[in-house]
Design a protein around this ligand. Structure first.
Ligand code: ADP
Length: 172
């Protein structure tokens, strides 16, 4: 039997959006097991705690694992991405590319990662045009100003963002 191909999709997922979910669906076509790595990333000052982000990713992706038969594991990490990938036996890192803005950062990070471990390939995927411009950061900003976010995130995520926004407005 050939070796299972393991992909690692890392991110902050603060919170998971329809853009992330589209990349996950595409990633599932390429691997036998997909690990979604949720980074602690305190420097990004997340709206959702690590635990909330992990629980949300598990909830929003469980149906995809059932539908595709591809195993999904959600794991948190707080270390160098390449060290985490090695520990998880990942064959490749999956990243999503939005527009030009993502390219410069991803280009540098991938170049450095290849020097740390040249055996782990990085694969870039583009979301469906409907989801390409979605970014967690912007979705949160739209919600803060009472804009409609239902096209960008799953229903329960929309509710959770609105709750957080209301809480922060009540306790500024
Ligand atoms: P990070 O802190 O690593 O940027 P994010 O949660 O913002 O974490 O994103 C994780 C990955 O998903 C990144 O590769 C990012 O480019 C990708 N991504 C996020 N939103 C989209 C989208 N709408 N289309 C394509 N890729 C996306």
């Amino acid at each position: 039997m050939s070796k299972k191909r393991i992909g690692l999709y890392p991110g902050t997922f603060d919170p998971i959006t329809n853009g992330h979910l589209d990349i996950i669906k595409r990633g599932l076509r390429l691997v036998d097991k997909l690990i979604i790595g949720v980074a602690t990333n305190p420097s990004k000052n997340p709206m959702f705690s690590l635990e909330e982000r992990v629980t949300t990713v598990i909830r929003e992706t469980s149906a995809l694992a059932d539908a595709t038969g591809v195993e999904i594991e959600v794991a948190q990490f707080d270390e160098l991405l390449m060290h985490f990938a090695e520990r998880m036996n990942a064959d490749c890192i999956i990243r999503g590319l939005r527009a030009v803005a993502d390219f410069e950062y991803e280009f540098q990070m991938t170049g450095m990662n290849y020097q740390i471990n040249p055996d782990i390939e990085t694969v870039f995927l583009m979301a469906d045009p409907r989801y390409q411009t979605i970014a967690s950061k912007l979705v949160k900003e739209v919600a803060i100003y009472d804009g409609k976010i239902s096209a960008f995130v799953p229903t329960l995520v929309e509710k959770a963002i609105i709750e957080k926004v209301n809480l922060s407005k009540e306790n500024p």
